[in-house]
Design a binder for this molecule. Structure first.
Ligand code: ARG
Length: 461
């Protein structure tokens, strides 16, 4: 068995060592990024005179062959290929002979893997951001469609004040808008090329890290080689961005679960986004939302795992760092799946206008409006609050309609009682950003503009 580092060793590595240390089963996913990095590195080596033009040509040709083999799934991996980096280099050397043996000049797997993973993460963050924007589009469309439908707004899961459904949906849309911002911000911060840092200290050879950075489209070059090979901030930060996004999706999911219960009945899931029971024929379950809730837990696990892995590491590279990949890959995969599934669920569900409005039409939800109506007539708010509170207590205790008590009250009367009629209270929320008709119409416009501006910020790659 011949590894790339066997020179210093007399015996062969133990099978158990290889089984434990290989990362090929998961890091082969980085192959496109690895080839990209290798092409840039080879061109830089030629530029600074470490490869001749013909050596460069044979290395690039070999990399093209490797690309075709990998893309068509006919690349033969060997038991001695520890990771995607060694597999590619081994094959390039088979194909290009001595020139292939020069590819790793001035390079270590430490700066190589950091480069590959940054290229990968940069692309994936852009992809997730694009998918969040697609979800925001669904929420905007549903909010527009919702028109004047209203439902109870809740605090402590107790009915509080009526709000337009559009307002509720847009709340989630604005929330995930901050996730897009965070994803793009993380992307900007990780946009640094580590290639040229070598194993940890740079090189005695005349490498040109700026040339590789430019070719790879990185915005900046590392300033410190130790930092370049040991920094996994970008992994932790990407995981945090995905985790918070996952937490936000989980909150949407929790409402879907609640709203689609028979007890609440605000939402009817489309058959295509519901699951059945193997035993109970009548069941229609919100499994998509439940799994979205579970994915948030899984993401939190990945984030805390990587933070814990990093916390004790001395500079510079330690093999622990290899374990950053599976959580990162899984976090991207699960987040993308959840975004698509929740997008589809929200696009196809039916909002049960009647049930929502019936719940919001309880006169008690207009109690704040009554107190504010009294404020409009000059009563101090605290006094108005106590007066209306006493009427609510009385109504509940004696089982008399609140409207009746309001109409009969000397400080209130029929004009005030009209505030308790169905559909009135929601439109009294006129302040900017509030839940009423006019404020929400403005908000819909502002959100549409915001979303369009976000679309222009999305990276092309
Ligand atoms: N597969 C390894 C990783 O993902 C490559 C780096 C190995 N470097 C080393 N010095 N042993 O981190």
């Amino acid at each position: 068995m011949s590894t790339l580092w066997h020179g210093r060793f007399e015996g062969d590595p133990a099978e158990e060592l290889l089984a434990f240390t290989v990362s090929l089963p998961f890091d082969r996913r980085l192959w496109r990024d690895d080839l990209r990095g290798s092409r840039a590195h080879a061109r830089m080596l030629a530029k600074v005179g470490l490869l001749t033009a013909s050596e460069l040509a044979s290395v690039l040709d070999a990399l093209d062959v490797v690309e075709a083999e990998l893309a068509e799934d006919r690349f033969t991996f060997l038991a001695s290929d520890e990771d995607i980096h060694t597999a590619v280099e081994r094959r390039v050397t088979e194909l290009a002979g001595a020139a292939g043996g020069k590819l790793h000049t001035g390079r270590s797997r430490n700066d190589q893997v950091a480069t590959d993973l940054r290229l990968f993460t940069r692309r994936e963050l852009g992809d997730v951001a694009r998918r969040v924007v697609a979800l925001q589009r669904v929420l905007l469309d549903r909010a527009r469609e919702a028109g004047e439908t209203y439902l109870p707004g809740y605090t402590h899961l107790q009915r509080a004040q009526p709000v337009l459904l559009a307002h509720h949906l847009l709340a989630h849309a604005w929330t995930v808008g901050r996730d897009v911002d965070r994803l793009l911000d993380c992307r900007r911060r990780l946009d640094v090329s580590p290639l040229g840092a070598g194993a940890l200290a740079g090189s005695s050879l005349p490498l040109d890290p700026r040339a590789t950075a430019t070719e790879l489209g990185f915005a900046r070059v590392f300033e410190n080689s130790l930092d370049a090979v040991s920094d996994r901030d970008f992994v932790a930060e990407a995981l945090f961005c995905l985790t918070l996004l996952g937490v936000h999706l989980s909150r949407v999911a929790e409402e879907v679960i609640l709203w689609s219960s028979e007890e609440v009945g605000f939402l009817r899931l489309d058959d295509s986004y519901s699951t059945g029971s193997s035993m109970m024929p009548q069941k229609k379950n919100p499994d998509v939302a439940e799994l979205t809730r579970a994915k948030a837990a899984r993401l939190i696990g990945h984030l805390t795992g990587v933070l814990a892995m990093l916390k004790g590491l001395p500079l510079a590279y330690n093999r622990d760092l290899q374990d950053d990949k599976e959580p990162l890959f899984d976090a991207f995969d699960q987040t993308k799946l959840a975004l698509s599934a929740m997008g589809g669920l929200l696009a196809t569900s039916r909002f049960e206008r009647r049930a929502m409005q019936a719940a919001a039409d309880s006169p008690y939800l207009a109690a704040t409006d009554l107190a504010e109506w009294l404020v409009g007539r000059g009563m101090p708010f605290r006094e108005a609050h106590a007066l209306v509170g006493a009427l609510v207590r009385d109504s509940l205790k004696r089982n008399v309609a609140l409207t009746e008590l309001v109409a009969a009250h000397p400080s209130l009367g029929t004009e005030a009682a009209a505030l308790l009629a169905p559909g009135v209270a929601v439109n009294r929320r006129t302040t900017p950003g509030g839940a009423g008709r006019e404020a929400v119409a403005t908000q819909l416009q502002r959100f549409a503009q915001f979303l369009e501006a976000t679309e222009h910020r999305l990276p092309v790659e």
